[in-house]
Write a protein that binds this ligand. Sequence first.
Ligand SMILES: NC(=O)c1ccc[n+]([C@@H]2O[C@H](COP(=O)([O-])OP(=O)(O)OC[C@H]3O[C@@H](n4cnc5c(N)ncnc54)[C@H](OP(=O)(O)O)[C@@H]3O)[C@@H](O)[C@H]2O)c1
Length: 224
Amino acid sequence: MTSSLTIAILGGTGDLGTGLARRWAKAGHKVVIGSRTAEKAEIAAADLSSFGVEGLENTAAAAKADIVAITVPYSNQLATLETVKSQLSGKILIDATVPLMPPKVGTVQLPEGGSAAVNAQKALGEDVTVVSAFQNVAAEKLKSDIDLECDVLVAGDKVAARQTVIDLVEDAGMRGWHAGPLANSAAAEALTSLIIQINRRYGIAGAGIRITGTPTKDGRHQPK
Ligand SMILES: NC(=O)c1ccc[n+]([C@@H]2O[C@H](COP(=O)([O-])OP(=O)(O)OC[C@H]3O[C@@H](n4cnc5c(N)ncnc54)[C@H](OP(=O)(O)O)[C@@H]3O)[C@@H](O)[C@H]2O)c1
């Protein structure tokens, strides 16, 4: 695993956040679950107390972390980030937001601006490095102990930050791939609606994606 980091998960009381918290804490990272209320965060963390997970209100969680992940519904993504903006300065923000717009969640509806992650970067400014990941992973699988047969597309404008997130993807038990600049997050965000359609059509409980082919060179740009 990568050296141990303190990772805050904003909205970590929810499905995806709980799954990531569990996987990262099991891998040896210090995980802080964030919530709009400290009480709710503490309750969620208590379920993962055997892994040393702590629960705090979102702002306090972000302040304490080396790296912050956001796992809240698209409708609340930017408002949540606004509340923690100053605590994110100088940090990587891992954005898992999928811009699903109910009721048509099986239809791609990317937001004005291109993608949820691009809009997060615009809202936060250059002090924060947004890297997008995890849009195509089923939370229910992350929350279980099964081996994850699923890959993660990682997009971000800074290669070293992307690599840091890829290392965290691998610590969580999946393969991460450099998927290019943050603008390419649009593809991963859009893909989720296709996966929802596939889940429905074929009765799959949480389909994932796999990149095929054998790498002939190391995609790693920074030595571990
Ligand atoms: N579920 C999946 O399988 C999956 C997979 C890939 C990506 N994603 C993406 O990851 C994000 C989280 O998904 P999820 O299924 O984990 O969501 P969720 O369980 O519905 O919500 C996650 C957390 O967001 C916070 N939240 C809810 N409503 C809010 C509001 N009005 N304002 C601010 N915060 C609010 C809540 O935390 P507090 O009440 O504790 O503040 C909640 O526990 C979404 O953008 C989703 O598209 C989900």
